[in-house]
Design a binder for this molecule. Sequence first.
Ligand SMILES: [Zn+2]
Length: 79
Amino acid sequence: MFHTALLSLAVLAAPAADKAKPATNTKDPVCKMTVDEKSATFAVRGRDYRVCSKHCGDALQKDPDKYLDKDGSVKAEKK
Ligand SMILES: [Zn+2]
């Protein structure tokens, strides 16, 4: 019993409060390449973004304002 209670507690605690919002972008914010749900994601300001590679993820995290608008939308997807 005790073990079960502990387990359900762990499950409840699993989606941590600071879990990033899931990524929805269809273009890499950095290189503007098309990305999809299989692409790697990087968290920036509490939100995940799909990127084509670690290289672009690093660039995005280093300078998010260059690639993202204040509301978190991807500049590359706007026209
Ligand atoms: Zn890229």
